[in-house]
Design a protein around this ligand. Sequence first.
Ligand code: CO8
Length: 295
Amino acid sequence: MAAVAVTLVRRLLRSGLRPGLCGAGGRELGAAPRRAIGRVAVELDSSTGVAVMKMENLPVNSLSLDFLTEFLISLEKLENDRGCRGVILTSGAPKIFSAGLDIMEMYGKSAEHYAEFWKAVQEMWLRLYQSNMVTVAAINGSSPAGGCLMAMCCDYRIMAENPKYSIGLNETQLGIVAPFWFKDTMVNTVGNRATERSLELGLLYSPPEAHKIGLVDQLVPEEKIQSTAAAVMSQWLAIPDHARQITKSMMRKPTVDRLLAHRESDIQNFVSFITKDSIQKSLQMYMEMLKQRRG
Ligand code: CO8
């Protein structure tokens, strides 16, 4: 994984951003919080050891290659900071947690680009799913596809009770197929039957439906989401780190190992799938549908 991190840092430097300027958590110790990089705002409270990572890739927090690169660097800094034990993942975009993978990264690009993009998506999943820190998702907006995957990587999910929001793995609605490790993550969260139905139909659930199947752990009024996340975090942090971390690894390692064993072929599968004319056509139609829906 170290090699991937070096590649990501190189990418970020090429883009003109300077990841090394601030201390872990996006601020220098003892200095006023400041933004390390543009699309992910991180604030670490050194008195609690809890960081809030706010996704700010406006308008919809789509997971572009640049965003994923910044996200990974921010997460790694926190992971390496002994003063940080927990992360609350949330959104700074109104009404959207994350719109999932950036469709423009999967459309009309070269095979090399698709491979680089997919490696970054894999890396995001590997890092977040295996994080040693306690991770709590404060889902303050809609969270389709890759957004739902990010939330499912966390240890606990709290969603705002807003009937306009939805969450789920809706890939089949775009004419694409969720990869096996998306499927595995959902099976580990809600079980086999609910995953089978969700994935085949590309279901997006309202907050009460998501809560009913266990896709989210708790619903709260929108204004209480951050305070509830902080309260849940302190319950999880009351458990000794080493015991919790070993238990988490015991639960998640077999799933992680499955991707690690097939990482290259998973990239090749993605590239050969996404470059098919029929898939490119489906994505184009889906984007047109999104625009028409807006009127
Ligand atoms: N990627 C890129 N751009 C997006 C995305 C996205 N995922 N979602 C929305 N946008 C764009 C819209 O096109 C629009 O652009 P513009 O202003 O230029 O027209 C802008 O963001 C705002 O979008 P909306 O007007 O639709 O905003 P709303 O607030 O009305 O709705 C939603 C927000 C609910 C997020 C809505 O945009 C939506 O449903 N988006 C699509 C979400 C989605 O289906 N994502 C799935 C992505 S695929 C994925 O994550 C996993 C793929 C697995 C790989 C499969 C292997 C082959």
